[in-house]
Every structure is written in C-alpha cells, then in structure tokens.
Design a protein around this ligand. Structure first.
Ligand SMILES: Cc1cc2nc3c(=O)[nH]c(=O)nc-3n(C[C@H](O)[C@H](O)[C@H](O)COP(=O)(O)OP(=O)(O)OC[C@H]3O[C@@H](n4cnc5c(N)ncnc54)[C@H](O)[C@@H]3O)c2cc1C
Length: 261
C-alpha cells in the first residue's frame, strides 16, 4: 500500500522585508512579500527522499494561509511533491498556534496520512510547538527535531542530536516527525520541476470543509493574546575608533563596557 506523507509547509513573510503590525496587533501580511519557510524546505526534502526510497509513496504538501500561500505550495511542488492542499478562510485571521494546529490536524485527517513531516520551527513565529500539538490532536506518536530520518517496515526512525548525546528514536506509523536544518540540504527546483508543478493538483479547502466553527479559530478562538508590540528601534551609527596610539586601549575599554571581556 502506498505510503502517504503529508508535509506541513508555512508561507512566511520575507525576513529581509519590512514587517509591520496591523491595528489589531496581528502581523500585516498584505504589506510584505512572502515565501516558503526555509526550515520547511528541509521537511519537503526529507519527504522526497523517503518517497524515493519507498516502493510506492505519495507526498502531499499542506499549508494554512492566505491566497498568496499558494506560492509556498508551488515551490514545494516544483521540488517534487505530488499534490498540494491549501486551507484558506477569512475567519482564520488572528489564529494562534493552537488554532493553526487544529486546522492542520483536521486537514491531515481529511487528506489521509501515514507520516506527517514538519519543519523544526517556522522562520516567523519560531514557536516550534506545532508538530507536538499536531501529534496530540491526531493521537499519534511524535518524534521531533530529527537530523536524520528514514522509514522501514512501518516504522519511522531518526537521530536527534543534543548538546551531550545523540539519540536514536523510532515510532510506529502513523506518526508526526519534525526535522532540523541539519537533516540535509534541500534541493533546488529544476526547470522541469517548475514546469511540472504547474500541472499538479492543488485542492482548496475552507473551514466548513473541515467542519471547524469560526469561533474555534481566529482572534476569538485564540488562547494567546498579543498585548503590545513595538517596532524595533532603528540602528544607530556604530562607534569608529581611530588609532592614534591609544586604539588598542579604547577597543578593550569598549569590549569591557559591553561585557564581552
Ligand atoms: C491567515 C493567518 C493569520 C494568522 N494570524 C495570527 C495572529 O494574528 N497571531 C498569531 O499568534 N498567529 C497567527 N497565525 C498563526 C501563526 O502564523 C502560526 O502559524 C502559528 O502561530 C504557529 O506558530 P509558529 O509559526 O511559530 O509554528 P512553529 O511551531 O514554529 O512551526 C513548526 C512547523 O509547523 C508547521 N506550520 C506552522 N504553521 C503552519 C501553517 N500555517 N501552515 C502549514 N504548516 C505550518 C511548519 O511545518 C513549521 O515548520 C495566523 C496564521 C494564519 C494562516
């Protein structure tokens, strides 16, 4: 039977652009270009490698995000994923991590899965909690933060590297795993891949397709509240030390004042 892999991929604001908050203290997503979260490229790569090693496998990429989030799906499809699911709904505005995990879990159940692969964290929220929340909601084991991952005989195996030790972990499928940026370089989409992606199926679902009530998500359903947000102060000009015989001393004094030495 085919191994069904679902990869959760997030469309995130480009970190090199200027980001702002809207009046309700949510991130102003209309104001900035977005892209597939770099850390989710590693998840797509691992899914593709597992699929290549399997006799029969299908890789579905899933995103919850605004209209433009289709760009993240296209990128993953051009890398080699087979199909995509886009969950979009106006009522998602202001959804927090718990709400996002609810939507993702319902979509994963509807799609059907044996293995879910997520990134270790998104590059914008960086909470690193969604894979664990997903496993809890789906009622399956979680094996997170893997630097190496493989599937054999209905078991997912992997290595988690810590400061003091490396652990070898495994779980029976179905399961949720997350992979780190050490899991292996993500491939670049080839020209052939980019052309093929245009013809791959992208399904669009809204909250009613997933039998989720609007009150369960959005700002209303959020368990977390943003009380205040402030723009990062503009960078000030650095201090230039001119060496007129005392340069070394001044440098040491500066480093000491910043508690570097
Ligand atoms: C339209 C919209 C509006 C939102 N508004 C707010 C808001 O106002 N306030 C707020 O706190 N949050 C909001 N969110 C949710 C927020 O952007 C995060 O998705 C959520 O809080 C998870 O946190 P994180 O990104 O830090 O997840 P992490 O736990 O760091 O993510 C780990 C992994 O989970 C997966 N993942 C996470 N999010 C998604 C996703 N959306 N789609 C697919 N895979 C995903 C990825 O594989 C990722 O690598 C909104 C989301 C959407 C879609």
């Amino acid at each position: 039977m085919s191994l069904r892999i679902v990869v959760t991929v997030k469309y995130v604001p480009d970190a090199t652009g200027d980001r702002h908050f809207a009046d309700d203290l949510t991130v102003d997503r209309d104001d900035v270009d977005g892209l597939l979260s770099e850390l989710d490229e590693y998840a797509v790569e691992q899914a593709l490698q597992i699929a290549e090693d399997a006799d029969d496998a299908e890789v579905t990429v899933l995103t919850v995000g605004p209209e433009d989030a289709k760009d993240a799906l296209r990128k993953a499809l051009s890398m080699g994923a087979d199909k995509a699911i886009h969950v979009e709904d106006d009522d998602l505005h202001g959804t927090d991590a718990l709400g996002t995990s609810l939507v993702l879990a319902k979509a994963i159940e509807k799609a059907g899965y044996d293995l879910v692969i997520s990134g270790m964290a998104s590059t914008d929220g960086t909470m690193g909690v969604v894979p664990a929340l997903l496993a809890e909601r789906l009622g399956v084991p979680q094996v997170t933060l893997l630097s190496e991952v493989s599937v054999e005989d209905g078991t997912v195996k992997g290595r988690r590297d810590g400061d003091a030790a490396s652990e070898q972990l495994e779980a029976q499928l179905p399961a949720v795993v997350s992979v780190t940026d050490q899991s292996g370089e993500a491939r670049y989409p080839s020209f052939k891949g980019i052309m093929a992606a245009k013809k791959k199926p992208v399904e669009s679902w809204d909250l009613s397709d997933l039998e989720i009530e609007a009150e369960e998500v959005g700002l209303e359903g959020a368990y977390t509240t943003v009380d205040a947000a402030a723009e990062r102060p503009a960078r000030t000009a650095g201090t230039i030390v001119k060496d007129e015989g005392e340069g070394g001393k001044q440098l040491a004094e500066f480093l000491a004042s910043q508690k570097f030495i």
